[in-house]
Design a protein around this ligand. Structure first.
Ligand SMILES: Cc1cc2nc3c(=O)[nH]c(=O)nc-3n(C[C@H](O)[C@H](O)[C@H](O)COP(=O)(O)O)c2cc1C
Length: 218
């Protein structure tokens, strides 16, 4: 009974002290939350610095559930006026990817067929991103979407490569038109970027970056 009385007297007082301390000095929970945030931010930075373009993949499908998580990270990218000026199509059917590769090579007989036919870089999943032609910032929206997808994929052990060449090879001829139509983009949208995903079968070195590209202005 005495013990209970002591608890009921001192516990509210202790809680009040903690609350005041938290308000005044940012103790306890706030400090803990900040520490956790800093820790999380490090993980983001680590992922950014460790990501590489992958051009050799294991013959292993990426589960659709995992691709869905990656896609959700993509569509949560910042985008102009939240217009979400993109349309995204995911192809993980090796048959369709093979048809596309063959058609691209066939449509460009003047180019190295292995280079054109291999422009998907063997990725088992290809994400095709189209931009809304009526919005002048849609290309940036699509780029940010792709960036979010590639970083979230890397953080989950999935490699990726951003690809511009299939956009050219699929859109500059009539032979590939039926395959492009199969992607079913809406009227007013144009294929703008492709991103390949899969499990990496290589560990490339980081490509050098030019630090003189940025500077502070005083
Ligand atoms: C818009 C864009 C288009 C790209 N197109 C291709 C491509 O067609 N084929 C390819 O192998 N890599 C392509 N890449 C990947 C770049 O070559 C790669 O990001 C760059 O060399 C830096 O290497 P890292 O991604 O490993 O840091 C493209 C990247 C971007 C952002």
């Amino acid at each position: 009974m005495k013990k209970l009385k002591m608890i009921t007297t001192w516990l509210p007082l202790l809680m009040l002290l903690l609350l005041l301390g938290d308000r005044l000095f940012g103790w306890t929970y706030t400090a803990m939350a900040k520490e956790e945030l800093r820790e999380e931010r490090n993980q983001v930075v680590e992922t950014i610095m460790a990501r590489r373009s992958i051009r050799k993949y294991k013959d292993e499908a990426v589960p659709r559930e995992l691709m869905t998580e990656i896609l959700d990270c993509g569509i949560n990218a910042p985008n102009g006026q939240n217009k979400q000026s993109w349309e995204i199509r995911v192809v993980d059917d090796p048959g369709l990817l093979g048809d596309m590769s063959r058609a691209m090579a066939q449509a460009h007989p003047q180019l190295d067929s292995a280079m054109v036919g291999g422009c998907f870089r063997g990725a088992p999943v290809m994400v095709f991103i189209a931009r809304d032609l009526s919005y002048d910032f849609s290309a940036y929206d699509c780029g940010l979407l792709a960036g979010n997808m590639m970083l979230s994929a890397w953080s989950k052990g999935v490699g990726s490569v951003c690809l511009g060449s299939p956009v050219r090879f699929l859109t500059d001829n009539d032979l590939c038109a039926p395959l492009l139509q199969r992607l079913g983009f809406s009227e007013g949208y144009e294929l703008s970027l492709c991103v390949g995903f899969g499990y990496a079968d290589e560990a490339p070195e980081a490509k050098p970056r030019d630090k003189f590209k940025y500077r502070f202005i005083d």
